[in-house]
Design a protein around this ligand. Sequence first.
Ligand SMILES: *[C@@H]1O[C@H](CO)[C@@H](O)[C@H](O)[C@H]1NC(C)=O
Ligand SMILES: *[C@@H]1O[C@H](CO)[C@@H](O)[C@H](O)[C@H]1NC(C)=O
Ligand SMILES: *[C@@H]1O[C@H](CO)[C@@H](O)[C@H](O)[C@H]1NC(C)=O
Ligand SMILES: *[C@@H]1O[C@H](CO)[C@@H](O)[C@H](O)[C@H]1NC(C)=O
Length: 368
Amino acid sequence: MIGRKSTGRVSPILLVLLALGFSFATYNLLSIVIHNKASYSALLLADESELLKEPVIWRAENASRAGNLNSKFHVALTATDAPYSQWQSRIMYYWYKKVQGMPGSDMGNFTRVLHSGNADNLMDEIPTVVVDPLPEGLDQGYIVLNRPWAFVQWLEKATIEEEYILMAEPDHIFVNPLPNLAHGNSPAGFPFFYIKPAENARIIRKFYPKEKGPVTDVDPIGNSPVIIKKSLLEEIAPTWVNISLRMKDDVETDKAFGWVLEMYAYAVASALHGVQHVLRKDFMLQPPWDLEVGKRFIIHYTYGCDYNLKGELTYGKVGKWRFDKRSYLSGPPPRNLSLPPPGVPESVVRLVKMVNEATANIPGWDID
Ligand SMILES: *[C@@H]1O[C@H](CO)[C@@H](O)[C@H](O)[C@H]1NC(C)=O
Ligand SMILES: *[C@@H]1O[C@H](CO)[C@@H](O)[C@H](O)[C@H]1NC(C)=O
Ligand SMILES: *[C@@H]1O[C@H](CO)[C@@H](O)[C@H](O)[C@H]1NC(C)=O
Ligand SMILES: *[C@@H]1O[C@H](CO)[C@@H](O)[C@H](O)[C@H]1NC(C)=O
């Protein structure tokens, strides 16, 4: 389990950041979520064809195992105490427990890094470390800015036995036992089609100066999923806090990067430390765009899955059959969701079955 070092002092990083001075604004969570959804749809309309192409698999040299002596990685899930985050976290942890011990897994222990500042009602169910959110207003309503700060605090206060860390999110489901995809000092990340450092060179250059190297050093990734050596993350995380707050505070950058700002911030921060990621397309699949689970490791259910009763995708239009995490903003989905109609891709069927299995077996699912 996680030990605690006493940390009475106030982090110097936070003081530095506070000294930089940021403008304050508040939005509510709901508007962020809805905004995100709209942006997702817009992105997909523009770029969906790229997703539908046969996924390219950039394999690290002989991919499946890291071959490191201590190759276990700690699973770190950043989450909040909002019901929306909680039900996803419970499903996520359920599947972690199921696959952790399977052959091929290098998964070590698990921590939910709860960045809402207070213990919640899942402390007994999920191993959790509570950290503070950014001081009020600093996130300007963009709650994911709390993630880098959560990692800084967690790395400072926790004793983590594993040499590596997986940064995970509540809407991840482990569908196959996950090996350590990192290689020594090369972390592994998932290439997101919409993270395009080269196409945003002018903005990237505000944070990644010429003397550091070409813009293409910045990987097309976010912080999650990433498997990275703990010692490297300890170096990168404070820079990531810094860059994400500076990006948020820069009007042009905020506008250009929108809801993926924090992903760019991680990509830039890691590049600033000279860290490049092995890009693993097989790290995750994203229904409904990826049709089959195959040998991929994590189902990321960030996109709504809408189908008509003929099993045809109606993306962007509410389907007669649907599974969309955003249908459950204020509380968990019920147990035993109806399975999709015939003709719906295996990835979507699998996702709903996995959600159903978790909710059927997690005690007290509906109570609350
Ligand atoms: C994992 O947690 C268990 C108990 O929760 C503890 O005994 C063990 O030492 C931990 N292992 C690692 C690698 O941290
Ligand atoms: C990768 O696998 C191939 C074929 O199995 C082998 O020839 C090669 O040496 C391996 N590379 C590494 C780095 O293990
Ligand atoms: C954060 O950014 C500021 C402004 O560029 C810089 O002065 C400071 O050293 C940075 N702090 C950290 C911890 O990276
Ligand atoms: C789940 O729902 C289906 C109908 O959609 C029903 O036939 C089945 O009995 C239900 N299972 C449980 C365990 O409630």
